[in-house]
Ligand binder design. Structure first.
Ligand SMILES: Cc1ncc(C[n+]2csc(CCOP(=O)(O)OP(=O)(O)O)c2C)c(N)n1
Length: 630
């Protein structure tokens, strides 16, 4: 688009749900991605504009969260232009009931952003304020606010009558001349224009608008995509066929070796703290046995994506180290606190690994990362929750954007959510990432929901995100205790040429020959597999097979049914740690179309996700295991 002064600008509108202000962080993330990708961090070349209502800007907490992010390294966009249309009413609520602050823009003071309160009846003052605010933004790269104080001419919508609730106000509004009339009167009095000229200008203006509308009806607006959007155009939408088998994501052995050696090598002058040194030593010992643990597999996935020239961006609370002190993507020198990003400098042509510890927000940060993921399909964008249940602070982003955007707006996103999940006796606040919530929102292949049990499968899952020629949001119920579980390791060859993501993992201890002797099949997902496998071993129950469903949505029904066929005479159970009203049970029962009778073994239905006492937790877990092998 070319401005009246001949400047070329790209104007974009992000998809915007009804939830007021929820789009704010999405706009910021989108703008940041464009600044990173197209403008090399030159924020003067991009401007996030947020248009607010006075009630929403004052009432919605997300506004505070977004403002709080505005100066942080990971989320800065060079200042946002906030334009508040202050009609002094929110739906039918007067401002006396809508806020405690004097101004609706009170939140601006959090970052000392200037606010220009301006009379909406005075177009010249408004223009002046906007120009000044923009100059300020460009000069100081901070947020700026325009508070345009005005009124709403009619009701909240066509069918609404504001006289119900604000009769005296609307009596005044009904007789108040509109801004154009006021301005024209002013110009006439000043002798700047004649009545005839004003009338002609108005006529020409309306004529222009009509002509453009007619033109657009004939020929769609010629929209020219920017570079990252052109990449989206090369992608396609997924079909059910795409989920029958995962693409190969294994790497050549030499690549695996290169990444691993890079991850385990610390520059000579750098002194990590002793605990980190021990961790790296343990890693090396494990590697000497040809095995890789969870954290290493994760970093290997990122490293391999970077080596393909793509970027990886991750944020969330304490992600650099990882909540469970497992990731250590960024190390600190014990003496100098010098920072070492372990994924930098693998090779010259690699992409960038952006990893930011976030502010203590879920709604804004997840929204930001979602927005970031929209700008460029060749980035792997990840948000991690400190514990999985905290994602529900960002439920609006999940419901309005992540799970529904492709269906509502034809917008794909490959955003990946890592949500630590698992019943480990830590109580109701730390056990569940509410798997059932995600599964309940699944339909039309809208997103991928997983609960993974091996490091190699996690590696392939992450790589698959960018290997596909479509994008899907990915939800991972990620592990806690499995990060250090001695059995939760993968052999090196599981990462190498020809390997790919496994949607279902059949029981590795049951050969095809032994299948006939299986009397009971336990289907499960996630960490309970390790408890079941241990019990099977302890009891030497060769008549029981344990099958892991690593990907719950889209449900790999073909693979599950093929397994069922092998065990034609066995009784089949779904075993989960979660309560009966939670976890994947209801989803499996509803979505797995089989004539076999799938029975449930789980904790009983409960209001809270888990019990508060470790002893009771242990009893419950034992009860599940006993029932599974009864
Ligand atoms: C999060 C959220 N809560 C409630 C609503 C319902 N709602 C729609 S408009 C509105 C009033 C908005 O007032 P204001 O921000 O002043 O904007 P106005 O429409 O008056 O310009 C409300 C409450 C909504 N859309 N989003």
């Amino acid at each position: 688009m070319v401005t009246p002064t001949g400047k070329e600008v790209q104007l974009e509108l992000t998809p915007n749900p009804s939830h007021l202000e929820a789009v704010d962080p999405v706009v910021e993330g989108y703008a940041r991605a464009k600044a990173d990708r197209l403008y090399k961090g030159e924020y003067d070349r991009i401007l996030p504009i947020l248009i607010h209502g006075d009630a929403a800007v004052a009432g919605q907490g997300i506004v505070f969260e977004v403002i709080q992010m505005s100066k942080l390294k990971g989320y800065n966009t060079g200042g946002t232009f906030h334009f508040v249309i202050n009609n002094q009413i929110g739906f039918t609520t007067d401002f006396e009931d809508a806020r405690s602050s004097t101004y609706c823009t009170g939140v601006a003071s959090v970052v000392s952003a200037p606010v220009f309160h301006v009379n909406g009846d005075d177009p010249e003052a408004l223009l002046y304020a906007v120009e000044m605010a923009m100059e300020f933004r460009q000069e100081f790269n901070t947020d700026v606010f325009i508070d345009m104080v005005c009124y709403r001419k009619h009701g909240h919508n066509e069918g609404d009558d504001p006289m119900f609730t604000q009769p005296d106000l609307y009596e005044a509004i009904n007789v108040h001349p509109n801004p154009r009339e006021i301005y024209m009167q002013e110009l006439l009095e000043m002798g700047e224009v004649t009545k005839q000229l004003a009338d002609d200008l108005e006529k020409t203006y309306w004529g222009d608008l009509q002509a453009r509308l007619d033109e657009l009806k004939q020929h769609a607006l010629p929209y020219k995509s920017q570079e990252p959007e052109e990449e989206w155009e090369k992608l396609r939408y997924a079909t059910a066929e795409d989920f029958k088998k995962s693409p190969v994501t294994g790497l050549e052995k030499t690549r695996v070796e290169k990444i691993l050696s890079h991850l385990n090598t610390i520059p000579g002058h750098f002194r990590p703290i002793p605990k980190v040194s021990r961790l790296l030593d343990n890693n090396k010992k494990l590697l000497a046995k040809g095995m890789v643990d969870w954290a290493t597999a994760e970093l290997m996935a990122y490293g391999s994506i970077l080596m393909e020239g793509k970027d990886v961006r991750m944020s969330g609370q304490d992600v650099q180290r990882g909540t469970f002190s497992h990731r250590h993507a960024v190390l600190h020198d014990a003496k100098t606190n010098e920072v070492l990003n372990r994924l930098d400098n693998i090779e010259e042509t690699q992409g960038k690994f952006h990893i930011y510890n976030s502010l203590l927000s879920e709604f804004a940060v997840m929204g930001f990362e979602y927005g970031y993921s929209l700008a460029d399909p060749h980035n792997l964008v990840i948000w991690e929750a400190q514990f999985g249940d905290f994602f529900n602070g960002a439920q609006t982003i999940v419901d309005q954007f992540i799970s529904a955007a492709e269906s509502k707006w034809h917008r794909m996103s490959g955003l990946t959510l890592l949500l630590p999940h698992g019943y480990e006796g830590q109580g109701p606040e730390h056990s569940s990432a509410r798997l059932e919530r995600f599964l309940q929102s699944c339909a039309d292949l809208n997103m991928v929901v997983t609960n993974i049990t091996t490091p190699a499968n996690f590696f392939h899952l992450l790589r698959r995100q960018l290997a596909w020629d479509f994008r899907k949001p990915l939800v991972v119920m990620s592990p806690k205790s499995l990060l250090r579980h001695p059995e939760c390791v993968s052999p090196l060859d599981a990462f190498e040429t020809g390997t790919h993501f496994q949607e279902v993992i059949a029981d590795p201890t049951v050969s095809a020959k032994e299948a006939k002797g299986i009397k009971r099949v336990l289907f499960c997902t996630g960490k309970i597999y390790y408890d079941l496998a241990q019990r099977k071993k302890d009891l030497q129950r060769n008549d029981v097979a344990i099958v892991r469903v690593e990907q719950l949505h889209p449900l790999p029904e073909n693979q599950l049914n093929a397994i069922l066929k092998q065990y034609a005479k066995a009784e089949i159970f779904w075993v989960q740690e979660e309560s009966a009203n939670m976890g994947a049970w209801q989803y499996m029962k509803l979505n797995w179309e089989t004539d076999r009778n799938l029975q449930r073994i789980s904790r009983r239905a409960s209001a809270s996700t888990a019990v508060g006492f470790k002893k009771i937790h242990d009893q419950q877990q034992e009860d599940i295991l006993q029932k599974a092998f009864a």
